[in-house]
Structures are given as structure tokens and as C-alpha cells.
Design a protein around this ligand. Structure first.
Ligand code: URA
Length: 276
């Protein structure tokens, strides 16, 4: 089987939420003294009431993302505050990221892709990590998947009579540097960079978050469940309602037409919740 064919099958499995496909030499091993963390149960669905601010204690990463090195070594905590500084802003977070060298993703990246959009938005879309176009431009979702995401946001809002476009929302990723060959981010990369994602979300304080694909869902909800199981329902990150839907790259593949209809339903649901 060609490498392309294998990559397509793996991408398909990944989008279905099947991520534990074992290689002969596993790259991530639980240490003998500490068993791998169990996935957290999804929290109960939120009520659409005004949100309260998360407490500082709630800022540690989900247990399922506890840091492990490629050979099973437990990594030292990265040099990051585990709590969001008081009065955090996107500018402070950018300054703290700096010319980040905290994980191996810095090695091949061209630009750090922090996020873009309206910092006063009521909704944040969270993807997985930059692809090739994003790495070149330093902006999230500007390639093919990004064009589809833009069309989805703009067209759904227009059809539903909600006066917003992509420029009114905020878009960012779990990891801010492009994983080589667009591979899925490793758990330790997600944990290190996830702290910046969490700070971004706390600084913006959106009314809802839309998680695009299984990596975003895993980072925010600490679950191993796949998108098919999670999508269309409300979950929570801290006190903020989270809607999970398919990643736009998945929708670009020809084999699943149903997913396009479902993602439209998901988007309608989250937009109406936020703007009505
Ligand atoms: N896919 C992502 O998850 N994020 C991007 O920014 C682009 C493609």
C-alpha cells in the first residue's frame, strides 16, 4: 500500500475518533509507576445562563493530557504559569509565547500561528494546529480548510439571519506551530501549547466555544471520544459551553456527505445559542 493511501486511511480513522493505532514501537508509553490517566467523563450539558468566570484552580490541563515524552518519560512541567495571570490579555500571551522553543514543534515551523479575529467576540473556534499555508502566513485557517470554514461561518450566519461574518469571531488552534507533515500533535505538545490556548480563552471569555475536530475536543474536554460521538451536543470547558463539530479538512474529503449536513446543524446550533 502506498504511503498516501495509508495516510488517507489513518486520517479517516482519526476523524472518526479512532486514535489508538499501535505501531510496532509505541512512541508514548505510560511510566510504570503512574498508569495512563483515564479520560474524564463529559460534563453535564450547560444551561444557556450568564457564565461565571472560572476559578484559577480550574486552570490545569485535563488529566488525560498529562505530559509524557516520546519514550514514556514524564516531562518536567513547561516553564509556564499553570494559572492565568490576573488581567491577562492576548498581547501578554503573545509576549509570553515569544520565540517559543518549549517543544519540538519549533524545529520545523516557519511562523507561530497565535490566532486571529475579534478579541471581543462571543464565540471562539478552536482547530488542531497550523497547516502549510498557515505556517507561511502566520494566520489560522487560511488554506483550503480555512476557506471552507470561512464560507461555513459566513453562509450559515447569513441564512440564519445572524449579522456576523468570520471577521466577528476569533479563531485559533490547540498548537500554535505546524506539526511536521501535518501530523496530529503529540500529548505533550498539546499540553504545553494548550496552556496558551486556555489563557486565550480566559482572556476572551466567549459565550461559547466551537471545537473543530477531535484534537480540539480532546484538548478542551479531556476525552478520547471521537467527534461522531461528541458532535451536536453541548459540553463544557470550565464554565464555557462547547459545541464539538467536524474539522473542516474532514469535510473536504469526498467520502462523507452526511458530515457536511451535520456540521451545518452544529454551526446553526452554536450560532443561535450565542447570538439569540
Ligand atoms: N487546520 C487547523 O486545525 N488549523 C488551521 O489553522 C488550519 C488547518
Amino acid at each position: 500500500m502506498s504511503q498516501d493511501a495509508i495516510a488517507q486511511i489513518l486520517a479517516y480513522y482519526r476523524d472518526l475518533g479512532i486514535k489508538d493505532i499501535y505501531r510496532r514501537t509505541p512512541t508514548v508509553l505510560p511510566s510504570a509507576s503512574q498508569p495512563a490517566a483515564k479520560p474524564a467523563l463529559p460534563p453535564p450539558p450547560p444551561q444557556p445562563t450568564p457564565q461565571s468566570l472560572p476559578t484559577p484552580q480550574s486552570l490545569s490541563a485535563p488529566q488525560s493530557l498529562q505530559s509524557r515524552g516520546r519514550e514514556g518519560a514524564v516531562l518536567l512541567p513547561p516553564e509556564l504559569p499553570t494559572m492565568a495571570p490576573a488581567n491577562d490579555t492576548l498581547e501578554k500571551i503573545i509576549a509570553d509565547i515569544g520565540d517559543c522553543r518549549r517543544c519540538r514543534l519549533c524545529e520545523a515551523r516557519n511562523k507561530i500561528v497565535f490566532g486571529s479575529g475579534n478579541p471581543n467576540t462571543k464565540i471562539v473556534f478552536v482547530g488542531e494546529g497550523p497547516g502549510e499555508d498557515e505556517d507561511i502566513q502566520g494566520l489560522p485557517f487560511v488554506g483550503r480548510a480555512g476557506q471552507l470554514l470561512t464560507a461555513m461561518i459566513d453562509n450559515t450566519a447569513k441564512k440564519e439571519g445572524i449579522p456576523i461574518t468570520r471577521a466577528d469571531v476569533y479563531i485559533c488552534n490547540v498548537v500554535k506551530c505546524r506539526p511536521p507533515k501535518n501530523r496530529t500533535p503529540e500529548p505533550d505538545e498539546m499540553e504545553i501549547c494548550g496552556q496558551f490556548l486556555f489563557r486565550q480563552l480566559l482572556a476572551i471569555k466567549p459565550k461559547a466555544i466551537c471545537a473543530l475536530g477531535s484534537t480540539a475536543a480532546k484538548a478542551l474536554l479531556g476525552t478520547k471520544d471521537g467527534v461522531m460521538k461528541l458532535r451536536g451536543k453541548w459540553h463544557k470547558w470550565r464554565d464555557i459551553p462547547v459545541m464539538v463539530t467536524y474539522h473542516p479538512s474532514y469535510l473536504l474529503r469526498p467520502y462523507n456527505q452526511n458530515a457536511k449536513r451535520e456540521s451545518w446543524e452544529d454551526l446553526k446550533k452554536v450560532l443561535h445559542f450565542v447570538y439569540n
